[in-house]
Ligand binder design. Structure first.
Ligand code: ADP
Length: 405
């Protein structure tokens, strides 16, 4: 390993900062963690290194900038700071402008700021992380990796909403899709691990976590996805409703006297698994409640699975052939129940699972879970940090080559 071979990956939220320090060739980070409750009295930062080693440090009222300082102090103690050669930032929305990851400069920052109109909860928070990292380590190349970029290959038929086209032309109202970094990582891993023809394959990816989306990938390229202009569209998620008749939303606003903003808040933060179960947004908790006979928990899981199967079936229509269905994300990687129920609904497409193999895969294990004769169904753990690190490393290397050449 060369001296400077590590990438710092930052995923910055409005009051949190998630980080990983890793070599782009390795799956596991050397150090990772989360600074949370930033700006509040009980702000803290947790560092994880190795399999189980975890330490938490209080950061009373710390800003993102101060949280990064604490991280850099820790990296210095571990002699990792001089080994950093790039920083990769997860950025939520790249609009039409960013089809791939880019080196961050003043123009890129200005454009990410303008795109905040499309992602008001995420882009401004991502920029806080970028500003803090640039202020503290100004000489390191910093790279923006967009959640939307992988889906910029969608055709107009797939990304256009059927409303007056002027809204698309004048206000950028169209489908963009998210989780692109995860879908891109899984698409590449699927080709390698399932021995698919890189130039002729069709796969479906179900990324199921707190946020969930489906992606149809044709020969390495995203051709359809379930999230839309915002991450609200599509599947039933932890607290998001996914697809909802706009007429129902308008009716709710009218009959309850709630403002449009209040309804928007409800469909984003009080709906999905939480809204149906009235119990939790967490799939694992709902599986347990279902096991104990809780009817609303059971219904929440049924609705989630029904919607997922419906979207997977619909996304097949965007493929020219069907080689594999991949499950990933916290639920996709761990819930044999959700995979089994979904597969049962997809029997019409010839999908059948080996229940023993399905039960065996959780906690980071990967492999094929389908029976012979079925289209391949596999579990592949996602690794967005690794994908971001690889992009940042590739762009930093090009930069070094350009400077030394
Ligand atoms: P995020 O979208 O925030 O990255 P994750 O990908 O970590 O979220 O997924 C979180 C979801 O995964 C939660 O609903 C959690 O309950 C679910 N999950 C994690 N482990 C299991 C498990 N063993 N069985 C079922 N669901 C699980």
């Amino acid at each position: 390993m060369s001296l400077a071979s590590l990438v710092l990956v930052i995923n910055c939220g409005s009051s949190s900062l998630k980080f990983s320090v890793l070599s782009p060739d390795e799956d596991a980070p050397l150090l990772s963690g989360l600074a949370e409750k930033l700006g509040l009295a009980d702000a803290c930062i947790t560092f994880k290194s190795g399999a189980d080693h975890k330490t938490t440090q209080s950061l009373s009222e710390a800003s993102h900038h101060q949280a990064l300082r604490a991280l850099f102090a820790r990296l210095d103690d571990m002699a990792l700071l001089p080994r950093l050669y790039a920083i990769g930032h997860r950025v939520a929305h790249g609009g039409r402008d960013f089809q791939q990851s880019v080196l961050i400069d003043a123009q890129v920052i200005a454009r990410i700021r303008e795109l905040s109109a499309l992602a008001p909860l995420h882009n401004p928070a991502n920029l806080i992380g970028i500003d803090a990292a640039m202020a503290l380590l100004p000489t390191l190349p910093q790279v923006a990796v967009f959640d939307t970029a992988f889906h910029q290959t969608l055709s107009p038929a797939a990304y256009t909403y059927a409303i007056p086209l002027e809204y698309q032309h004048n206000h950028q109202v169209r489908r963009y899709g998210f989780h692109g970094t995860s879908h891109r990582f899984i698409a590449a891993e699927a080709v390698k691990r399932l021995d698919l023809d890189p130039d002729d394959h069709g796969i479906l990816i179900a990324h199921l976590g707190n946020g969930s989306s489906v992606c149809a990938v044709k020969n390495g390229i995203s051709v359809d996805t379930s999230m839309g202009m915002t991450p609200l569209e599509g599947l039933v998620m932890g607290t998001r409703c996914g697809d909802l008749d706009f007429g129902a939303a308008a009716y709710i606003a009218r009959c309850s006297g709630q403002s449009f903003e209040a309804v928007y808040e409800m469909v984003n933060n009080e709906s999905g698994l939480l809204g149906i179960s009235g119990l939790s947004s967490d799939c694992r908790a709902l599986q347990e409640a279902r096991r104990q006979g809780d009817e609303r928990a059971a219904l929440a899981i049924e609705v989630m699975v029904h919607r997922l199967a419906r979207h997977l079936g619909a996304h097949l229509a965007s493929l020219h052939r069907f080689d594999a269905l991949i499950f990933t994300g916290g639920i996709g990687e761990n819930s044999a129940l959700v995979r089994e129920l979904t597969a049962q609904k997809l029997a019409i497409f010839g999908i059948a699972l080996d229940s023993k193999k399905n039960e065996y895969l959780y906690g980071g294990r990967d492999g094929v879970i389908s029976l012979p004769g079925s289209p391949l169904v596999a579990v592949i753990p996602t690794n967005e940090e690794k994908m971001i690190a690889q992009d940042a490393a590739a762009i930093a290397s090009t930069l070094c080559a350009a400077v030394s050449g």
